[in-house]
Design a protein around this ligand. Structure first.
Ligand code: ADP
Length: 887
């Protein structure tokens, strides 16, 4: 069956004699070559030749024993396959050899051997048409008829049947399927025989079958045998499903790394369902285009991954997070300013200024929906209701609320997430928060922004900048997600105790709203309107069971708590509720005071308690223990050498008893209480000024000498020794304290002071930054009834009282002139009046609701004195600091 025309193989072919296998046309086989003749063939023909022709060789199966493949050429098999060498690989290990990859082209018959050395060269006759491998199925099929046609049809069907029983995900099978449909039928026997499990002997039979019919006849039984074998295998698998599962799981575990899954195909089993469900979720999550693309890409990777790979779980978690994120889910704002006002008023007593600003903010939001406004930042001491106002804002807007605690966060990954390359990587708090609330327009409360840390892992404040910047946050990219998420709908509110530690760039993006501490009266109202009803409810009590009269609450506020906010007060009320709950549950009566003030214990265990249980001061002492803050300030100021200083802390103002004592010595000054360098210098300033002015103010040493330091050692102590203190503002307190010591006169117990001193006796304003200063004044003012606190200025005749306002403070401070009464003061009439006074003495009695009542304050409004005078200290002594009524 010589080919007529068409593509021809060369007439002379070098022959590769191999006992390794049988090459059939249409298949590709790898041969290892190490016999001398074959090595020569590779070396001289394949490696040296440069034309396509030189890569074509004849492959003749060597049916003899390989051991005999020696010098004399054995009888050569008459039929072989011409093939093209597509790959040649040489190696020296363990002995020199080549590995050839040869694709069979067509059969040939050896006509005559031309030479045997260095390799076998033969004259050949081509038996198959080469074109048949390139023509389409349709053409091939029409050429067949009669017996051959029927045979080829049967063969084709059997091949299809076999295919149906195989796992399409194995690459060979997929290839087989493609071949089956695209190749002409006459090539099928060769292709199928080379692919199914057949022995070399059987393959040789197919090779030798030059006639097409014969070839079909030889190959068909092999094919049917394979089908039967497979059927048997599947039957036994069905009978023992365990092994089936094992096979499946082994395969998933990566035995077949090349396993391919088609995205569009419905996969078998649970895994497939799972993936399909995930894909549906991804499609349904209404993500932006970019995110969707990333998800589909990851899903495609996931499908190819064996489940046992660690990355499988990572990718899966990622996709599940992406699906859960509220890309376009939002709640509808239901803002009604009137309702908002009522709600804010109902939720919070006082804080009018804050509520007004919040309402303004909300009103603007209502008028202009896409507000790129400032981020509100509530700054104030703990427990003044910052968080709870944030929560109310969310309620008035009908939005979800989520609090993100930033205290102690020192890694920017906390905000922005970890890259997915890290083990244990996860998204940042912003994305986690969004996942938790499930909508993209919640109210996020960034709690304690002033307590952000900093570390080697980057600055979280810098990461927050992007979050809070309305220009940037529509494409916030979390490192874990690696795609942009639009945060522009989120309403951010921040809280802090102080602005001093908020990084300036962050502070710049926020509008600071001061939330000052409460006065005692406000605390009383808050307790009765909110805290007590809340606590009663939380402890399962009713107002019919527990009655806390006003004066008891007042008692709790002033004697059991000392704070700017109401958190500790709330806890104390909680403690009272718990105690009463026990009594109610036990059916006991609490101790009750009789109207005459005598206690009367009523131990009637059987009877239910008399309702309501009234908490009077005796019951209070019983439940809360002895009062924690009972000491009167005046009691501590009964000796010379003690003065009250004011200290500023982020948690509210504090008063400090500065103490001094003197003893015989050599003029040394000892300072204790963990003072910083600036404070130590202030102490030296104070002493120098006092020594310089000792004569004027009749300051003496221990034995009455004119130099107070002569033969004397001084010890100055600041309390709370465990806390480091620094800053110049204690200067004026030190002067007062030491002057009291040197003169033997008492300091008035109703005045506390703060201010920096200069060597020549100037007293400078508290702080160069207005923040703490206004904070001082605000806290000071709010500890008492607002209208009772006065800044005094004497630019006009007599005192002029300014209604208290924390924010007008700087203007009040500057340019104050000395009070008239000072210039005519008893000790020094020489005070220059009207000169450039630069002095502030913020008088501060108690910051957090303290033990002093406002009544006391009204008695000595003259002591609330922002005085400024070059000789201000002179006036302090002469006018009011040392003339205590007791002297
Ligand atoms: P902060 O966030 O400022 O530390 P919170 O918002 O947690 O303080 O408030 C502490 C508690 O005090 C809350 O139970 C809150 O309801 C209550 N509270 C604070 N201020 C007020 C107020 N003005 N009216 C009613 N309750 C208040």
């Amino acid at each position: 069956m010589a080919s007529a025309g068409g593509i021809q193989i060369p007439n002379r072919l070098p022959l590769l004699l191999t006992h390794e296998g049988v090459l059939l046309p249409g298949s590709t086989v790898r041969f290892s070559v190490d016999s001398p003749r074959n090595m020569q063939l590779v070396g001289q023909r394949l490696l040296k030749g440069t034309s396509l022709k030189s890569t074509i060789i004849g492959v003749i199966p060597n049916t003899r024993d390989p051991e005999q493949d020696s010098d004399p050429l054995p009888p050569v098999h008459q039929i072989g396959t011409a093939g093209i060498a597509v790959q040649v690989v040489g190696s020296n290990w363990p002995k020199p050899h080549y590995t050839l990859l040869i694709t069979g082209l067509c059969r040939f018959r050896v006509s005559s051997l031309l030479k045997e050395r260095p390799f076998v060269l033969a004259e050949v006759e081509q038996l198959d048409k080469l074109e048949q491998y390139t023509t389409s199925t349709a053409e091939g099929a029409t050429a067949e008829d009669g017996e051959l046609g029927e045979l080829s049809q049967r063969f084709y069907q059997a091949a299809v049947q076999l295919l149906g029983m195989l796992d399409m995900s194995v690459p060979v099978v997929a290839k087989f399927r493609r071949l089956l449909d695209s190749l002409p039928r006459e090539t099928l026997p060769d292709v199928v025989a080379s692919m199914i499990r057949t022995s070399n002997k059987e393959k040789l039979q197919v090779l030798d079958a030059v006639r097409l019919e014969e070839r079909f006849r030889k190959a068909l039984p092999m094919l049917t045998r394979q089908i039967e074998g497979l059927k048997l295998l599947q039957k036994t698998r069905k009978m023992s499903p365990d092994s089936d599962k094992r096979v499946l799981s082994v395969r998933k575990g990566g035995v077949f790394p090349g396993r391919q899954l088609n995205l569009d195909e419905d996969d078998e089993g649970e895994d497939g369902d799972d993936m399909a469900a995930l894909e549906r979720k991804i499609q349904g999550a209404s993500m932006p285009e970019a995110a969707l693309r990333v998800c589909l890409k990851e899903l495609k990777r996931l499908k190819k991954m064996p489940q046992s790979m660690p990355e499988y779980a990572l990718t899966r978690n990622y996709l599940e997070l992406m699906v859960e994120l509220p890309w376009s889910k939002s709640t509808k704002d239901c803002l009604d300013i009137r309702a908002a006002r009522t709600l804010l008023d109902n939720d919070h007593y006082a804080m009018d200024k804050l509520k007004r600003r919040v309402l303004e903010y909300l009103a603007v939001r209502q008028l202009k929906t896409s507000l790129k406004g400032p981020i509100l930042c509530f700054v104030g001491p703990p427990g003044v209701g910052k968080t709870s106002v944030g929560r109310s804002i969310a309620r008035t807007l009908g939005r979800e609320f989520h609090r993100i605690a930033l205290g102690g966060v020192c890694d920017q990954s906390d905000i922005r997430g970890h890259r997915r390359t890290y083990v244990g990587s996860m998204p940042g708090r912003i994305i986690n928060g969004l996942k938790a609330v499930g909508v993209n327009n919640p109210v996020f409360l960034l709690d304690e922004v002033d307590k952000l840390g900093k570390s080697l892992q980057g600055d979280p404040a810098a990461a927050l900048l992007e979050v809070l910047d309305p220009e940037q946050n529509h494409s916030f990219t979390d490192h874990y997600l690696n795609v942009a998420f639009d945060l522009s709908q989120v309403l951010f509110i921040a809280t802090a105790n102080t602005t001093a530690t908020i990084p300036p760039a962050l502070l710049d993006r926020m509008e600071v709203l001061q939330v000052p501490g409460y006065t005692q009266e406000e605390k009383l109202e808050i307790a009765h309107r909110h805290l007590i009803p809340n606590q009663l409810e939380q402890h399962g009590l009713t107002p019919q069971q527990l009655l806390l009269p006003q004066d008891s609450t007042q008692n709790v506020i002033s004697r059991y708590t000392r704070e700017a906010g109401v958190r500790s007060l709330e806890r104390k009320i909680g403690a009272i509720c718990r105690a009463v709950a026990v009594k109610v549950a036990e059916g006991h009566r609490v101790k009750e005071a009789t109207p005459s003030g005598q206690e009367q214990q009523q131990e009637d265990k059987a009877a239910p308690p008399e309702m309501p249980i009234v908490i009077d001061h005796v019951a209070l002492k019983d439940i809360l223990g002895p009062p924690l803050f009972d000491m009167e300030v005046s009691e501590r100021l009964t000796l010379p050498g003690v003065a009250l200083g004011l200290a500023w802390t982020p948690l509210g103002g504090e008063i400090m008893f500065v103490e001094a004592s003197r003893m015989e010595g050599e003029g040394q000054l000892t300072l204790t209480g963990q003072l910083g360098d600036v404070m130590k210098e202030s102490a030296h300033l104070a002493i120098s000024w006092l020594r310089a002015n000792a004569r004027t103010y009749q300051l003496t040493n221990l034995v009455g000498g004119p130099d107070p330091m002569e033969g004397t050692d001084i010890h100055l102590h600041f309390p709370a020794g465990a806390v480091t203190k620094d800053g110049p503002s204690a200067g004026v307190t030190m002067v007062t304290c030491l002057a009291s010591l040197f003169s033997g006169r008492l300091v008035r117990s109703d005045v506390a002071m703060t201010g920096e001193i200069t060597l020549r006796g100037l007293v400078l304003p508290v702080s160069s930054t207005s923040g703490p200063t206004s904070w001082f004044s605000s806290s000071a003012g709010r500890s008492f009834k607002t209208e009772k606190v006065h800044f005094l200025s004497t630019s006009g005749p007599g005192f002029r009282s300014e209604p208290f306002d924390p924010h007008i403070h700087p203007s009040i401070v500057s340019g104050l002139s000395p009070p008239d009464w000072m210039s005519s003061g008893s000790a020094s009439g020489s005070a220059p009046t009207g000169s450039s006074f630069e002095l502030l003495l913020v008088s501060w009695l108690r910051t957090a609701a303290g033990t002093w009542s406002h009544k006391l304050l009204s008695d000595f409004s003259s002591s609330l004195l922002p005085v400024s005078s070059p000789a201000a200290l002179t006036h302090l002594f002469s006018s009011f600091l040392f003339f205590h009524p007791k002297l």
